[in-house]
Design a binder for this molecule. Structure first.
Ligand SMILES: Cc1cc2nc3c(=O)[nH]c(=O)nc-3n(C[C@H](O)[C@H](O)[C@H](O)COP(=O)(O)OP(=O)(O)OC[C@H]3O[C@@H](n4cnc5c(N)ncnc54)[C@H](O)[C@@H]3O)c2cc1C
Length: 433
């Protein structure tokens, strides 16, 4: 049973059904064309293999989704990775296109039963193990037993709340507002533009049908200014961007929408009889644009760990499923933990730390480091790979200076006095504040 038929839930449903599982895919919204509004639609390249596995890649290309890439503005100039059409990419596609398409793909997969208009509000628990859910559909109560209950129900996950999943919250120091435009000139290769304005950020992302979304991601120190005159503050902010998109000669086709408080939420992704995927497990900073990709990828990690146990007709108890869920939990932490650690630290809207200055400036100065930077931002490499010794040496060469001794010792995994355990995923600790 999967609760939530959005990016993560539909992906998991397709992958489980392909492994022979019978899947009930519950969704509280009754309109199968419903879509998420708060999203700026950039799916990172790290999710490409999952999209290829579900067939979503071809479906997206047919509706004109953009094979995405990006340039990045910094105080050292533009970071311009090569835009190779045959290279690794994700897709930029509006949720009003993506969500119905993915839901249709899931509903059309043999073994998936999409139950729209079903709201879960209770867990069935036996002997401390989650064994099903109960809720309401068209004002009628329903209940459903399942070998595994998957919470794919977003950042305010009902499954996580009812199961009492351990939760960590980090404040987000920025708010964001965005709007959609038609008729904006595009960059070569349809590249998105991401601005690091220290501490503010902005991005300009082209999508299908000549639509571009422009987001202002601004330090909360400026919230009053935006609250007093949203239209004026947003428009001035966009106009003042370096090489600003020419919004005065484009058509704005939407209201300005956004969110003024979006804390980052990290939960234990598995417990006895249940698992969490997507935002239910980890709501990272929207600024990093990792949510959709990680929703798909966490679905795939879960299915690859648990499908054999879930589909084993001879399994007498939930022990094999729970063992698989523990493996999924460990994998989720390993894949997302170090990345999210850095993202959460940057969400404080603080100035760049020493490693950010060092790596961003090197990427602005050197084509190879630009490609490396983009690959990291696309979440196609680990934090350790991003700062491997030969990479740090190259950055030093192009910058004409090195990192401080303290940072180098941290990168080498040394426990610098008073700094904790020196674990590899803590490389930015200390220098980050
Ligand atoms: C401003 C903003 C910009 C963003 N931009 C990007 C971006 O550019 N790129 C990117 O990758 N990510 C972005 N994100 C994040 C992205 O939107 C999410 O990470 C992604 O939607 C998570 O997918 P999901 O399937 O886990 O959850 P969701 O998409 O939130 O779906 C949850 C589903 O569960 C259903 N549901 C909830 N509760 C229940 C219940 N009790 N019973 C039944 N059904 C239920 C909901 O109706 C919904 O369909 C952005 C987020 C914000 C706020």
């Amino acid at each position: 049973m999967i609760n939530g038929a959005s990016v993560g839930g539909c992906t998991a449903a397709i992958l489980y059904a392909r492994q022979g599982a019978r899947v009930a895919l519950l969704e509280r919204r009754s309109d199968v064309n419903a879509h998420k509004v708060l999203c700026t639609h950039y799916i990172q390249a790290s999710a490409y293999p999952v999209m290829a596995a579900t067939g979503l890649d071809k479906a997206l290309e047919q509706v004109g989704a953009i094979a995405n890439t990006a340039d990045y503005w910094t105080r050292w100039g533009w970071i311009r990775p090569p835009h190779d059409p045959a290279g690794a990419h994700g897709y930029s596609v509006r949720r009003e296109t993506l969500d119905p398409l993915l839901r249709k793909l899931a509903a059309g997969t043999e073994g998936v039963d999409l139950k729209a208009g079903h709201t879960v509000d209770e867990l069935l628990v036996e002997g401390g193990r989650v064994v099903g859910v109960a809720g309401t559909a068209r004002e009628e109560p329903f209940s459903l037993r399942a070998r595994l209950v998957v919470g794919a129900d977003g950042k305010d996950s009902t499954i996580a709340r009812l199961a009492g999943a351990r939760t960590e919250t980090t404040e987000n120091g920025r708010f964001s507002y965005f709007a959609y435009f038609k008729g904006l000139a595009r960059q070569p290769g349809d590249a998105a533009r991401v601005y690091y304005l220290e501490p503010d950020n902005a991005y300009v992302m082209p999508m299908e049908d000549d639509v571009t979304v422009i987001a202002a991601v601004v330090s909360k120190a400026r919230l009053d200014e935006f609250k007093a005159d949203l239209d004026g503050a947003y428009t001035n902010f966009v106009r003042s961007l370096p090489e600003a998109p020419d919004i005065d000669n484009a058509e704005r086709i939407s209201k300005i929408v956004g969110t003024v408080n979006y804390p980052l939420i990290s939960r234990d992704p598995a417990g006895s009889g249940y698992a969490l995927i997507g935002d239910a497990a980890l709501t990272s900073d929207p600024l990093a644009a990792v949510g959709c990709a990680w929703a798909m990828q966490s679905a795939q990690w879960l299915v690859s760990e648990s499908a054999p146990a879930v589909t084993d007709a001879d399994a007498a108890s939930g022990a094999a499923v729970d063992a698989a869920l523990a493996r999924y939990g460990a994998r989720h932490a390993e894949e997302t933990g170090p990345h999210h650690h850095l993202i959460a630290d940057y969400a404080a809207a603080r100035p760049f730390n020493e490693i950010e200055e060092f790596s961003f400036s090197a990427a602005a100065r050197d084509a190879r480091m630009a490609a490396h930077f983009h690959t990291f931002g696309s979440r196609l490499m680990t934090v350790e790979e991003f700062l491997a010794p030969e990479i740090v040496a190259r950055m030093e060469e192009v910058n004409g200076h090195g990192l401080s001794d303290e940072v180098l010792r941290r990168l080498a995994g040394e426990d610098v006095a008073g700094s904790g355990d020196g674990a590899a995923d803590d490389v930015f600790e200390g220098v980050a504040r």
